[in-house]
Ligand binder design. Structure first.
Ligand SMILES: Cc1cc2nc3c(=O)[nH]c(=O)nc-3n(C[C@H](O)[C@H](O)[C@H](O)COP(=O)(O)OP(=O)(O)OC[C@H]3O[C@@H](n4cnc5c(N)ncnc54)[C@H](O)[C@@H]3O)c2cc1C
Length: 296
């Protein structure tokens, strides 16, 4: 039995490497000033899907909703082993909260061929809500398991997975198709393959053609470039809201009941400090204190 896997991935600002003016004057994140990366736990989700394919066969399709530059993480997914990647991009999605995001993703998943398993990261490092995966499952009417650390068995009709929490573990069995959200401790994502980078380095969505034609003027027209990429399996589809038959009233600002009333900059300060001696005993005392405070 082979499995068709779908992985939902998000391009996020690299919040661990803040450069320049990270926040705008209105208190929103200045995405342009931060390097954009593959959401870390989405790499774990992709790795888990690739391992299912390695062990059982099937396909891995990677889908992201985002602006045109989100195609960068789709190319990265191809370099790491994905069979097919799709960008969901439309101005109508702008301003979506998690409810509207998960609705758009649900429409895109329904637009795919048959699937057995949907993988998400547990949480995105920018929005940080961990709501999108469970909401997509709910909207598709699928069973879901969150915090998945490993797949213990997969028999065509059911999957047994282990969930990991800070204070314990749980083993859960669900029927397929289902949606899993994957935690960082699940695996070590494989690196991009040099061979696949050579194959897919020119893969592009039609939304990038204008920029590419400036780099490669010899193609002359978007149509010629499109034919060239399509013949070589390098054309990344870019789906709009209409392509996935989405109800526009459920997208973007209009489809987003969440309203941000106020944003406060939180500055973490400590009013007490403690010094530990640089000795084995001091390090043991430090580790014990951090463990007791659930920091480690
Ligand atoms: C009122 C409001 C307006 C907003 N406007 C904007 C805006 O204009 N621009 C903007 O960038 N953000 C905007 N956001 C943020 C946006 O809601 C979230 O970034 C988005 O819904 C994902 O939520 P999250 O980051 O908490 O993801 P989580 O729920 O933490 O993500 C969990 C997992 O879901 C999957 N996932 C999440 N998002 C995507 C995606 N886009 N594509 C594929 N898979 C995904 C990934 O597997 C991810 O690991 C807005 C939020 C609110 C509340």
């Amino acid at each position: 039995m082979t499995y068709n896997c779908v992985v939902l991935v998000k391009q996020v600002p690299d919040t661990a490497n803040i450069t320049g003016q990270a926040m705008k004057d209105d208190g929103t994140v200045n995405r342009g000033a931060l390097p954009a990366i593959f959401n870390p736990e989405d790499l774990n989700a992709l790795e888990m899907a690739l391992q299912v394919k390695d062990q059982h066969g099937g396909t891995v399709t990677v889908l992201t909703m985002g602006p045109p530059r989100a195609a960068d993480i789709l190319r990265e997914a191809l370099y790491r082993g994905a069979d097919r990647v799709i960008l969901l991009s439309d101005r109508k999605f702008a301003g979506s909260d998690t409810l509207a995001t998960s609705y758009a993703l649900k429409c895109a998943v329904e637009n795919l061929d048959e699937y057995d398993l949907i993988f998400c990261g547990r949480q995105a490092i920018d929005g940080d809500t961990a709501q999108v995966g469970p909401q997509v499952a709910e909207k598709l009417g699928l069973p879901q398991v969150t915090y998945v650390e490993s797949i213990q068995s997969l028999d065509g009709e059911t999957i047994v997975v282990q969930r990991a929490f800070p204070l314990g573990q749980e083993v859960v069995q669900v029927t397929l198709p289902c949606l899993l959200t994957v935690v960082e401790s699940a695996n070590r994502p494989r690196p991009p393959s040099a061979r696949r980078m050579m194959i897919y380095k020119r893969a592009a969505t039609p939304l990038e053609y204008d920029a590419l034609l400036k780099k490669w003027p010899d193609f002359g027209t978007s149509e010629a470039l499109d034919d060239y990429l399509a013949e070589r399996d390098q054309r990344i589809p870019a789906w709009t809201a209409a392509d996935v038959d989405a109800d526009e009233t459920r997208l973007g600002i209009h489809g987003s009941p969440t309203k941000v009333l106020k944003i406060d900059a939180v500055v973490l300060e400590t009013d007490e400090s403690k010094a530990f001696p640089a000795s084995p005993e001091g390090i043991s005392a430090l580790i014990q204190e951090l463990t007791e405070d659930y920091i480690l």
